[in-house]
Write a protein that binds this ligand. Structure first.
Ligand SMILES: Nc1ncnc2c1ncn2[C@@H]1O[C@H](COP(=O)(O)OP(=O)(O)O)[C@@H](O)[C@H]1O
Ligand SMILES: [Mg+2]
Length: 251
């Protein structure tokens, strides 16, 4: 499989002098084009730092991160921002949205650099809102929708520029189990459309949807479990595979 991201010997240290934390301790990782990869590990093991490093959201202390063949550290600030804006999408536990804009305007905001393109963007956003079942909420204030609906809007926003990869840091962490299920169904559908996904989660049931699961501990990837695409009715078995691997590596 051709790689969208190749990370080699990634080290990320926070702090200075005697107060240093090695959040990533020399990580090698490869994410394939269109691949769906989950990251699991205890709190503080470096999951979010890894996601930030691989997306260029944060610089690394040493090592290499290549995105689509380009070394991220060699890009200037503007080029890096452009790469993130046009090739990557991001979703977190809860999307950060502007309170003075309605849901639709929040969704198109990052894509709306050129006011003349507004009509096309609105059309695209409405199409995404339809796919994520939040059509009809366009003019709602962001305080007038549920957590699940807000997360769907966050996904729409992340997909506006048709990214090659979606980075998701515990996207179901703040949702009830029904909303979480629905969001995961959506992510699977997005992945089937060809978008790679790198998903951080604490939940083995959520990770069971991925093609492969990486396990982090103390700033290292300590295990790599290939699951393949889910088949009919095998979710439980996949979840159990993940849990037994976690037990085997002591996390
Ligand atoms: N901005 C920061 N400043 C200092 N330490 C940090 C910062 N971000 C993360 N860390 C530390 O790096 C380690 C890994 O954190 P993180 O990647 O957030 O873990 P996870 O997402 O797995 O919970 C932790 O020890 C954490 O305290
Ligand atoms: Mg985290």
């Amino acid at each position: 499989m051709e790689a969208i991201i190749t990370g080699k010997n990634i080290v990320k240290t926070f702090g200075q002098g005697g107060e240093q934390t090695k959040a990533l301790a020399g990580v090698d990782v490869e994410i394939g084009k269109g691949e769906f990869v989950a990251v699991m590990g205890p709190s503080g093991s470096g999951k979010s730092t890894l996601l930030f490093a691989l997306s260029g959201m944060d610089g690394i202390t040493s090592g290499s991160v290549k995105f689509d063949g380009v070394e991220l550290s060699e890009l200037g600030e503007n080029e890096l921002a452009d790469t993130r804006r046009t090739k990557m999408g991001f979703i977190f536990q809860q999307p950060t949205m502007l309170k003075n804009l309605n849901l639709l305007d929040n969704i198109i905001l990052p894509a709306a650099r050129d006011k003349k393109k507004r009509d096309g963007l609105v059309k695209k956003a409405k199409n995404l809102m339809e796919k994520t079942s939040i059509v009809g909420l366009e003019t709602r204030d962001i305080t007038e929708v549920s957590g699940g609906q807000l997360q769907r809007a966050g996904i729409c926003r992340a997909l506006m520029n048709e990214p090659q990869i979606l980075f998701a840091d515990e996207p179901t962490g703040a949702l009830n189990s029904k909303s979480a299920e629905e969001i995961m169904g959506l992510l699977e559908e997005i992945n089937r459309g060809g978008t790679a996904i790198l998903l951080v989660t604490h939940d083995a049931k959520v990770a069971a949807r991925a093609d492969r699961v990486l396990f982090t501990k103390d700033g290292n990837i300590v295990s790599d479990l290939p699951l393949g695409k889910p088949g009919v009715g095998d979710m439980e078995a996949r979840g159990e595979k993940i849990l037994s691997r976690m037990a085997a590596v002591g996390i």
